[in-house]
Design a binder for this molecule. Sequence first.
Ligand SMILES: *Cc1c(COP(=O)(O)O)cnc(C)c1O
Length: 462
Amino acid sequence: MPDRAPLLRSLPAVGALLGHPLVKAEAARTEPARLTQALREEVAEERARRLAGEPPREPDALAAGAVARLERLFRPQLRRVVNATGVVLNTNLGRAPLAPGILDDLTAIAGGYSNLELDLETGQRGSRYSHVEALLCRLTGAEAALVVNNCAAAVLLVVDAFARGREVVVSRGQLIEIGGSFRLPEVITGSGARLVEVGTTNKTYLSDYERAVGPDTGMLLLSHTSNYRIIGFTAEVERRELATLGRERGVVTVEDLGSGLLVDLTRFGVPPEPTVQESVASGIDLVTVSGDKLLGGPQCGLILGRKNLIAKLKRHPLLRALRQDKLGLAALEGTLRLYLQPDHVIAEVPIFKAMAKRPDTLKGEANRLAERLAPLPGVAVRVVEGTSSVGGGTLPGVELPTWLVAVRPHTLGVDELARRMRTGEPAVVGRIGEDQLLLDPRTLLEGDEARVQAALKEALSR
Ligand SMILES: *Cc1c(COP(=O)(O)O)cnc(C)c1O
């Protein structure tokens, strides 16, 4: 071991760095305690580096490092990102962007007081769930509806309310993991219910459910295998058949549908996907869906179905812990209102606008973007055919034809270019393929083309 003591002794003191011009300039606008803390952290990091055998940095670098720390501290960490991946619903990128037309109402609710739990007519206490319930019932045909903070919470609540200490019967082919550790079997057992698996991975018949139902059965649960597909020699039970069985045996039937689709997507060249209306109409007692998948709204979970069952959920003590906040409710209400006019939905909800884009439109957009990027030094830019996907754990394997802008850096590695684009302001996220950064115009929003251009320019000049 070389002797590091002299290196550590020469480590600049925080007090000395306070006199550095860069730090003094910063001191004019930063609280002293915060400034000192940033300097301390920077000096601590320098000490660790020196101990690790890295070359010592000059005080100038340490002062600049501390100032950069403060800048990061004051910059929002949760930031706007340009989605150039072509994946319309990406959980990592916040799933569904909200329709621009509902944002003014949202701002008003966010920045002011609201009638969240006040009945304005009577002046008495109201229910936060009342604002969207009628709208949800009208749109889905359900008798009643309840909103919680996501679909995982919806499933948790439903299982807890109707099957705690009892059995939940599920087909082996439907024991899904959604990702982010939402595993249906664990949600069931975590709610204090016992999982009873029926059928096999590829085939489950009504008779399997019939045999499994007994005095301890609390629930028959169907789960939409939203993020994978079992193909080939397969059989699953129709929801209508299961609903009938549940009614005959006096057992609650639930479908965890997940994607929350309210419109027909086949017009976008996508295979048929069950809608919430279909599930409700089948006679299944309760349906659980996400608000920020194919509904195109905010993160939330919707529970739709029979009035008496929803009433029980509304009284459940867990609901308080799972309840949706006013911003989510306002965003959900605004989004649902757009569905009252089906043409509005397709034209205004960003996920549908993205899915609706036709290849010739996308080619035009890719060409326009390429024209902006091509003059930048250090890259070769081409427009190539490719595919986009819907993502978000929905429509597995479905590919939408698109045109991509392929950016090939001359000297910079493509991973480094992608990293610089991600860490710039604004952040731009694309895909990497064949040593190129691929930018898909399908998921670009209003104004994003100029943002991508600025981001690439900045990334290449770093
Ligand atoms: C996505 C999904 C969930 C989880 O929904 P979140 O809103 O992300 O909690 C649950 N079940 C199914 C079938 C899903 O597709």
